[in-house]
Write a protein that binds this ligand. Structure first.
Ligand code: ASP
Length: 423
């Protein structure tokens, strides 16, 4: 897509967000409750339409872009360094995020004085809690197994990202070792990839309306609840403020520094190029759904080659989640503080490890992190009911962590681009 078109779409997305904010703030005053509810329903349909358009292209896009990314690197037997650096980047930035989350929550102590929430008991939607309890059986063995699938066609059909990526990495790697006989398949995947990128270009034209709809639906629904949006956040306002503040520090200070030092790019210019993706991530709360937009921005607006973006972004959207890791660490310590439970240095170390692994296991879908918090709480010996403390605001916090997740992934792509193209 030309940069003029892409800037036009960005302007449309910003206008969509401003309009959505106006509808959410003014709608309840200007309309009857029923009238506003109808607006929310319309917003929901528009938002879901955009989300489905994105989700519809994810599987062929991921399959093609990972295969093309790997095959364009040349003989797989000589690219070990790139793989190691990609993993090193993911682990390094996640560790920075977790450290920041733990430090901020220990300094600000948002959970101290929240004992009344614990003793009063918090209202937890039964279905939600049942779902969370069911996840108590998740363990790291399962996490390891989630990298594979019994059947690749089934994984493709259900959009199981991790097995698809593993399959595509290995498959693409094998093609590079086959010489001329691998060529026709490589050309096929290159064509598929090209077509999917054009497909994304088309879907982006509906992004402004879709994002408007998503925000009106979710925020409008929250204002319709008793107590409204303000009431919901006020209950755990300190926690919400602390988590969003820490995410902002990671997104505005740590990651730009990484961008400047490792990717050798101007963080401001790069953030400008990534802006449509960051806004889409904030609006959808899903790294996976945002992936097509992230790829479009990284390749077409920031000029990162497909070689790097092709495999770094799908992999990053699935396993590299700085925002989720930071949030998990911070929220778990918040719960410990609210329950008046002291976490010694050993528990903090355990927290560090489990949070990092849990963020790898979190799928790029709304509120995946919340469910994975069960593993972390179990590992450090905290009551899983503590999740109830933060449940009400989780959908809101999720938007900020998802935006940080994809911002981290895109810097990873710029870093790998530098490693490949200017070693
Ligand atoms: N919603 C997040 C994402 O898609 C994951 C999470 O933290 O819940 O990146």
């Amino acid at each position: 897509m030309s940069s003029r078109h892409s800037n036009l779409i960005l302007a449309g997305i910003v206008a969509g967000l401003v309009l959505a904010a106006a509808v959410v703030v003014l709608g309840p005053r200007a309309l009857s409750a029923d009238g506003f509810r109808r607006v929310v329903v319309v917003g929901d349909v528009l938002g879901q339409f955009f989300l489905l358009a994105l989700r519809m292209i994810i599987v062929p896009l991921v399959l093609a872009s990972v295969v093309v990314g790997i095959t364009s690197l040349g003989d797989v037997r000589r690219i070990g360094g790139v793989g190691l650096r990609t993993i090193g980047f993911y682990v390094g930035t996640t560790a920075l995020a977790v450290t920041l989350g733990v430090l901020v929550v220990l300094v600000v102590q948002p959970g101290v004085g929240m004992e009344h929430l614990v003793t009063q008991g918090v209202e937890i939607d039964d279905a939600r809690m049942a779902n969370i309890r069911a996840k108590q059986d998740i363990n790291f063995g399962n996490l390891l197994l989630s990298f594979l699938s019994v059947n690749i066609v089934q994984a493709l059909a259900s959009g199981d990202m991790l097995p698809i990526i593993v399959f595509a990495l290995v498959f693409g790697g094998i093609l590079t070792t086959m010489g001329e006989r691998g060529r026709p398949l490589i050309v096929l995947f290159e064509g598929l990839n090209e077509a999917m990128m054009k497909f994304i270009g088309l879907v982006m034209w509906i992004a402004p309306v879709g994002i408007f709809g998503l925000v009106v639906a979710k925020f409008g629904e929250a204002t319709l609840q008793p107590g409204g949006l303000g009431g919901m956040i006020r209950g755990v306002g300190m926690y919400t403020g602390t988590v969003i503040g820490a995410l902002l520090v990671h997104g505005v200070v740590t990651l730009p520094l990484v961008c400047w030092l490792l990717a050798r790019r101007s963080p401001l210019a790069y953030a400008g190029a990534m802006f449509p993706a960051i806004l889409t991530a904030w609006s959808t709360a899903s790294s996976a759904a945002t992936l097509p937009v992230t790829m479009d921005c990284v390749e077409n607006r920031a000029g990162v080659s497909r070689k790097a973006a092709g495999f770094v972004l799908p992999l990053g959207a699935t396993i590299n989640m700085d925002g989720t890791a930071l949030y998990l660490a911070l929220a778990v310590v918040f719960i410990a503080q609210a329950y008046g439970i002291e976490l010694g240095p050993l528990k903090v170390l355990l927290l560090f490890i489990t949070v990092t692994l849990a963020s790898v296991g979190a799928a790029g879908v709304p509120q995946a992190g919340l469910v994975l918090m069960v593993i972390v709480l179990n590992a450090v010996g905290l009551p899983i009911e503590g999740i109830g403390l933060i449940l009400a605001v989780d959908w809101f916090v999720d938007r900020f962590r998802t935006a940080v997740n994809i911002w981290g992934d895109s810097i990873g792509a710029a870093f790998i681009e530098r490693v490949i193209c200017h070693p």
